[in-house]
Design a protein around this ligand. Sequence first.
Ligand SMILES: Nc1ncnc2c1ncn2[C@@H]1O[C@H](COP(=O)(O)OP(=O)(O)OP(=O)(O)O)[C@@H](O)[C@H]1O
Length: 269
Amino acid sequence: MADQTQVGAPSAENVESAKVKMRARDVSVYYGNKKAIDEVSVDVFSEYVTAFIGPSGCGKSTFLRALNRMNDTIPSARVEGTIELDGEDIYSSGMDVVQLRARVGMVFQKPNPFPKSIYDNVAYGPKIHGLAEGKTELDAIVEKSLTRAGLWEEVKDRLQDSGTALSGGQQQRLCIARAIAVDPEVILMDEPCSALDPIATARIEELIDDLRGRYAIVIVTHSMQQAARVSQRTAFFHLGHLVEYGHTSDIFTNPKQQRTQDYITGRYG
Ligand SMILES: Nc1ncnc2c1ncn2[C@@H]1O[C@H](COP(=O)(O)OP(=O)(O)OP(=O)(O)O)[C@@H](O)[C@H]1O
């Protein structure tokens, strides 16, 4: 069983700063009759990177998608339990899902810029959410978002070029800029580096570290090295269960559960 008593409770070392942004309790996710996630409880903290690790098919992406209701787009998917954002149940009938997905943005495994200009990729969200009064304000949001995503210097002279003409790593930073542009509170990243080469991966990892001061970030990764490098909290999933969740350093150096130990030492997965 997951050692969940320590999950939500910040330790003395960070009790001052750790603020729960999202709280998931007893969350199960089904695809039809199949239970892909079984009663998972996790807290996601502001200004921390939380990594979800575990062998293929253990349910990391399914649980990640439950955090901004992306599973709603899969007809057979059903979610039980509660997930709160700042204390508000995101599955309540009053929740505006479009608004939720702006507050809890998502970056996918394969960079997926719109087939539009670099500028329009970033400006699209603020436009539909009415975040800019006019062109000057929109320009400022685009510049700020691209700057935060570490892409501005590379693209500032070609904002009208197509987003799809950028390199894979640049496209992924463009997708991060697109998520940032609508002023999210949480950014979910589903294996954001798996399609990238090592140099582009290193840039995204640095970027994640830069961004965590402003957002709660959750990253699904197959790479334990990446989880160890970028996260402060790690959740280890196995067969739909949360086996263990805690400080990243503890999970990798002093796991409490045998299954975690076996996974991090490469015995399976
Ligand atoms: N759309 C879907 N319909 C039916 N079953 C699904 C769907 N998506 C995922 N599953 C099943 O749910 C389980 C968890 O899958 P999920 O993709 O969440 O795991 P994962 O840990 O993210 O895997 P990976 O690391 O390979 O991406 C798997 O058994 C998978 O086959």
